[in-house]
Design a protein around this ligand. Structure first.
Ligand code: CP
Length: 292
């Protein structure tokens, strides 16, 4: 595997191998097979979880890691030229978060060196390592997602996490539901679509809520109506969802928008922290698979 930029380009068997390796890393049953190599992290959009998770993964794999600063391209150099120079310096992998949806296809096409790329989120297109850690988290609790009702709730339209998860969960036979108001809906095939949160929560194994992506909104949205209709409260969970529903969110959470504070601070919020914890091992496995 040369790159990890889109779930669509990864075989199901490769995904299974990565998830197994992540579990081995978590259980201290696997060791780094890429120690001493050099990896660069380039985040052109804000990030807390993904950036620190990749840093932690690189440290645990005994890699040398380098942060691009925002000044890297300030002199007008193209990303392609900067990356080709970094390759000559000895860097063999770039983890990139970029605001441009679909940047990797053009970048990989243009570049004249065998640099490995990992997509840390490109615009509203996809966030494949997030989907992998989400699946890893679900598998740990449920055993498998096959046939399980997984409801993805909220700002689907602007969410790279939703797009990546739908692609990945389809590969593993989940019963995917999308729940959003019209201003957040998106064209997604082979899933059940509803505007009604009650229907989405009924019999759901997982309720995956998404951040309202204020920075990507073209128009104002009726935020108080959104909170009323789609915000997860203790009352809605208790009335509509199974007792053992798993509440997930990729983070960062807008408290009292997607999820009420008392829910987030209760036992329901623990899985969201577990997602962050699991991300380190999943990203270790992805890096190790590319660089070994
Ligand atoms: N889930 C996620 O991508 O979070 P960050 O933006 O903090 O990296």
């Amino acid at each position: 595997m040369q790159n990890f930029t889109d779930i669509k380009k990864v075989e199901t068997t490769e995904i299974e191998e990565i998830l197994k390796l992540a579990n081995d890393f978590e259980q201290n049953k696997a060791q780094s097979s890429c120690a001493g190599k050099h990896i660069a992290l380039f985040f052109m959009e804000p990030s807390t979880r993904t950036r620190f998770s990749f840093e932690m993964a690189a440290n645990k794999l005994n890699l040398h890691k380098y942060q691009f600063s925002s000044s890297t391209l300030a002199k007008g150099e193209s990303l392609k030229d900067a990356i080709e120079n970094l390759y000559q310096l000895g860097i063999s992998c770039v983890v990139l978060r970029h605001q441009q949806a679909g940047i990797f296809d053009s970048l990989i096409n243009e570049i004249n060196c065998p640099m490995h790329f990992i997509n840390a989120g490109d615009g509203n297109h996809t966030h494949p390592t997030q989907a992998m850690l989400d699946l890893y988290t679900m598998n740990k609790i449920l055993g498998s997602v096959k046939g399980k009702k997984i409801s993805i709730i909220g700002d689907i339209k602007h969410s790279r996490v939703a797009h990546a998860n739908v692609t990945l969960l389809k590969k593993f036979g989940a019963d995917i539901w999308i729940c959003a108001p019209d201003y957040f809906k998106d064209e997604i095939k082979d899933v059940t679509i509803t505007r009604n949160l009650k229907d989405a929560l009924k019999d759901a194994s997982v309720a995956m809520t998404l951040r309202v992506q204020k920075e990507r909104l073209e128009d104002r949205i009726p935020i108080f109506d959104y909170i009323h209709d789609y915000g997860i409260t203790m009352k809605k969970l208790q009335e509509y969802a199974p007792k053992d529903v798993i509440l997930m969110h990729p983070g960062p959470v807008n408290r009292d928008v997607e999820i009420a504070s008392d829910v987030l601070d209760s036992q329901y919020g623990q899985t969201i922290l577990d997602q962050a914890h699991n991300g380190v091992f999943v990203r270790m496995a992805i890096i190790d698979t590319l660089l070994r």
